[in-house]
Design a protein around this ligand. Sequence first.
Ligand code: ADP
Length: 254
Amino acid sequence: MTAERRPLRILAVASGKGGVGKSTLSANLAIALHRLGIKVGLVDADIYGPSQARLMGSEDQKPVARDKKLSPVSGVMDIPMLSMAHLVEPGKALAWRGPMVSGALGQLIDADWGDTEWLVVDLPPGTGDIQLSMVQKHKPAGAVIVSTPQDLALIDATRAVSLFAQAGVPMVGLVENMSGYACPHCGEISDPFGQGGAQATAQDLAMPFLGRIPLAIDIRRRSDAGDPPAAGEGPHADAFRAIAQKVADWAKAN
Ligand code: ADP
């Protein structure tokens, strides 16, 4: 008897606007979920500003197509992944309209993911038509929203939450990124963007709060170098692991 193949489920990672650390969280979350023993893949759906190839150290790889399906490349810890950056020339601007973008995203998501159970999808920032049609077409099993703690970002995050609500996608929870800055010299904690705003917003919206990630030079440095902190040890790896554990618990229950 052959084991029944579990359908691939999509975990969408979204934010109301760019620059809040959505891609950083997606990469580190995928790694932390992988380290918890979940078969995870990663799609960079940020078509106009793909960064997962760099974050996951797979820039020099090219996916091949077999039977009209793309085969993923390997990122950190051999996590299968696909990004537009693997398909277009680096630095080349994409002047694509909505339908072309949807088509390209479909190719990435409908690739040959083998026995992958969860596909972490790093969505483009914002709440436009592309995001909505993508969410309706590919029906994520759940969504994680990333925000920084300050009010303006949170208003945008609230908009992102309503995009998923409209499409009937369950909310896994909210992550507060760039929360508190520890000075690398004196250790003093300061809060350039405030702190706790996302937690309060999650409470207002009656959705789970998944945790906070500090603003830390090491997170930026390691992520930019293709060696995200979740792949190592230490307080930042622990912070990503704690969030991944909550996501894994949610996945088990849903
Ligand atoms: P987005 O996907 O929301 O546009 P990115 O993940 O690309 O945002 O992050 C934007 C920039 O902020 C990147 O240079 C990234 O390394 C940096 N960054 C993200 N999260 C953190 C953090 N917690 N601490 C320090 N730098 C961060």
